[in-house]
Design a protein around this ligand. Structure first.
Ligand code: AHG
Length: 342
């Protein structure tokens, strides 16, 4: 006899992501057909990528291609598939005028497009985790440009995060979930493979004001600055609400998703090997920063708001501290040499 009052909810009672986009989420933000169409193409891409990720071990899709990308990183077969899928879908309707991808040295402009939106993406974040069956993801951001000033160029992509009009990520985890924002409200949608649809599952996500988990690659400790080491000592030290627990997946999307839902802080700081940090501003740090701020959290380089950083080039890196507002503030305070107020 089960001793519970829990009843399985009917997932299909929730709106699909397409319905939510059309009817509610983006009404306030100039939801033209163009904008909605681009979001729909990203949703379609995520379904196609999910299909490939879920069958990867059976379809000779694990392992690397033998090449390296612009960052000097080994390119995995699924990186190529995810990248091609997004480009093909975004090009299709002519609404997206160009893309910038982690996997490509330069932006790709679609000359026949008529729309005034650009999309930046990391097609498959955490690709070193693919072969060991750990969560991976896709990160994206939409930006606008003024077509009356001529067609876009690579330069047109160099916009601050605060100018982005939408951002999101897709996590291919125990289920596939899309989390998206247009700056007001962050919503999550879970994929139901039997229906082939994403249904609203996390409405109006709010990151807790403070958490009890920190996330950083501790293996880099020897390369950190004395200030980052001081923060690391603090968060692991004894005191009110401390020590924090440690969690680190090594896929930004997975570490960010846990931090968004549970609170706490994710940090990838600058270090001796990566003097500007490791994560890329346009398609990793800035979209995540937009999502976290819209959910009541914060994102900082350690010294300034990530959304205020002007990109100097497409693949620019930036140090990142992302998470609960109070936890990010503590990190900034310690970097300034101050003692946080618990
Ligand atoms: P990529 O998109 O090249 O797979 O990048 C992975 C990123 C990010 O997802 C993660 O937070 C970070 O690299 C992990 O880096 P370390 O292995 O250095 O910890």
């Amino acid at each position: 006899m089960q001793n519970t009052s829990w009843m399985p909810p009917s997932v299909s009672d929730s709106p699909t992501i397409e319905t939510f986009i059309l009817e509610g989420m983006f009404q306030a933000s100039a939801a033209t057909g163009t904008f909605t169409s681009i979001l729909n193409q990203i949703v379609l891409s995520s379904k196609l990528i999910t299909g490939r990720v879920r069958r990867a071990g059976l379809a000779d899709l694990l392992g690397h291609t033998g090449g390296t990308n612009v960052q000097g990183e080994v390119v995995q077969k699924l990186d190529v598939i995810a990248n091609e899928t997004l480009i093909r879908q975004l090009k299709r309707r002519g609404h997206c005028a160009g893309i910038a991808s982690e996997e490509l040295d330069h932006a790709v402009i679609f000359p026949e497009a008529t729309g005034n939106y650009l999309v930046c993406f990391d097609p498959l974040d955490g690709s070193s985790n693919i072969d060991v069956n750990i969560s991976i993801g896709t990160i994206f951001a939409l930006m606008r440009f003024d077509r009356s000033k001529g067609p876009p160029t690579e330069q047109t992509f160099l916009q601050k995060g605060s100018d982005m009009v939408a951002a999101g990520y897709i996590i291919y985890g125990s289920s596939t979930v899309i989390v998206m924002t247009t700056g007001q409200g962050v919503h999550g949608f879970t994929y139901d493979p039997t229906a082939g649809e994403f249904f609203l599952s996390h409405e109006n996500l709010r990151v807790p004001e403070r958490g009890n988990t920190y996330s950083i690659n501790e293996g880099n400790h020897a390369r950190w600055s004395p200030q980052v080491k001081a923060w690391n000592q603090y968060i692991k030290g004894d005191g009110p609400g401390r020590p924090y627990g440690h969690r680190y997946v090594g896929t930004l999307v997975a570490d960010a998703h846990r931090t968004l839902l549970r609170g706490g802080v994710f940090v990838y700081p600058e270090d001796k090997k990566n003097p500007d940090g490791k994560l890329r501003l346009l398609y990793e740090a800035a979209p995540m920063a937009m999502i976290f701020e819209a959910a009541g959290g914060a994102a900082s380089t350690g010294t300034r708001r990530v959304l205020d950083v002007e990109p100097g080039e497409l693949h620019q890196r930036v140090p990142l501290a992302l998470g609960s507002k109070r936890d990010v503030e503590d990190y900034e305070a310690i970097l300034r040499g101050e003692t946080p107020v618990p």
